[in-house]
Design a protein around this ligand. Structure first.
Ligand SMILES: Cc1ncc(COP(=O)(O)O)c(C=O)c1O
Length: 386
């Protein structure tokens, strides 16, 4: 049996006719950039995310960049964020000449630890950027309280968390600005790159509309220097086909996650394999199902899965503060221990709506096989020693 980490063809098979009709519709109009399709998607997405405005852009990476630009982040400023994320989280900050200030994560959720943020704030802090990793929101209440008390905006990196909730409030609506990615592997994925910025703040919405088209306020009149970062109509049309399915897909992902938990329990693996932790009050969309194992077993387990044609991945093996390109920031190994441990111990397993019970069974059986071989080896070694 083969179990890919993600099977986009299985999803496409369920919506093929609608996607093709949507693509045809765009070709008939010959409007390919920032058309009515984009506007309609923006309205639908703002409603879905419980915000007043949504602004389409070229990618999740650009969404972060534009959001920080809208907050006025520039040369010499600081932005507080997590080191346990995709590279774009930090590069959006450094591309503006600002400095990422990394705050360690909570052991169980892998998200930024709110208790450690305040001591990282300086007079240069221009924004706080939590990441809702794997599809679960960071613990936002303390962050919102801090943001209001210290007057520092929050830019949510919600690239992995569309539809996630913290205490019934949707990802993207919790901070000042929320950023999403429509990279094809995302829970709401396009047919190429795409991104969206959401906010309920009119001033930010106005600025963001300008910033994504070279800072243009009216045609050929540029108020600020922005980017060319527009969402294509083809992407918007495809995403509009998928958006109405998103909640049913999230529910299916959640069922798969529960099923994994029961299967791991049945297989007697609770000692060796730690399950994802869902914070009370959270709607975890399980963009990724990430287990945790001992650091010296993780890569061997990955190889074992690969040999058995099971996909898995590590998100992310090198925390951002230890990336070569950020050496100039002066962080050293040991500075952010929870993130460094997570980078060595976590492993993402296949999770998607179309994953079958048989495939899940196979994944768990192969993991059980791996650990029973280790146990047998240990018993044998003990036998030799006595
Ligand atoms: C946490 C996080 N931030 C930012 C991004 C960047 O999004 P994109 O690939 O659309 O530029 C991604 C996804 O790739 C991500 O997972």
């Amino acid at each position: 049996m083969k179990v890919p980490l993600l099977d986009l063809q299985a999803q496409y098979a369920t919506i093929r006719d609608d996607v093709r009709a949507a693509v045809d519709r765009v070709f008939e109009t010959q409007h390919f950039v920032l058309s009515g399709e984009v506007k309609a998607l923006e309205e639908e997405l703002a409603r879905y995310c419980q915000t007043k405005y949504a602004i389409g852009c070229a990618s999740g990476s650009d969404a972060l960049l534009l959001a920080l630009m809208s907050c006025g982040v520039a040369e010499g400023d600081e932005v507080i964020t997590t080191p346990f994320s995709f590279f774009a989280t930090a590069s959006a900050i450094t591309r503006l000449g600002a400095r990422p200030v990394f705050v360690d994560i909570e052991e169980r959720t892998y998200n930024i630890d709110p208790a450690q943020i305040e001591k990282a704030i300086t007079e240069k802090t221009k924004a706080i950027m939590p990441v809702h990793l794997y599809g679960q929101c960071a613990d936002m209440n303390p962050l919102i309280e801090l943001s209001e008390r210290r007057g520092i905006p929050i830019v949510e990196d919600a690239a992995q968390a569309i539809g996630a909730e913290d205490r019934r409030r949707r990802a993207g609506s919790l901070g000042t600005i929320g950023c999403f990615s429509f990279y094809p592997s995302k829970s709401l994925g396009g047919a190429g790159d795409g991104g969206m910025i959401v906010t309920s703040d009119l001033e930010h919405a106005r600025r963001l509309h300008m910033l994504r088209v070279h800072g243009e306020e009216t045609k050929y009149h540029h108020k600020v220097v922005g980017l060319n970062s527009r969402l294509d109509s083809l992407q918007a049309a495809v995403l509009r086909v998928k958006l109405p399915h998103l909640d049913e897909w999230i529910a299916a992902r959640q069922r798969k996650a529960q099923q994994y938990e029961l299967m791991f329990l049945d297989a007697g693996l609770s000692e060796e394999v730690q399950m994802p932790f869902v914070r009370p009050g959270a709607r975890h969309i399980f963009h990724q199902f990430v287990i945790r194992v001992a650091a010296d077993q993780r890569d061997a387990l990955r190889n074992h899965l690969r040999e058995n044609e099971i996909g898995s991945d590590v998100y992310y093996p090198v925390p951002l503060h230890l990336q070569e390109c950020f050496a100039y920031l002066g962080y050293r190994e040991g500075d952010l221990p929870a993130s460094e441990r997570a980078a060595k111990e976590t492993l993402a397993l296949p999770v998607y709506p179309e994953l079958t019970d048989e495939q899940q069974d196979y994944v768990v059986n192969k993991i059980a096989e791996f650990f029973s071989a280790i146990r047998a080896g240990e018993t044998q070694a003990q036998g030799c020693a006595t």
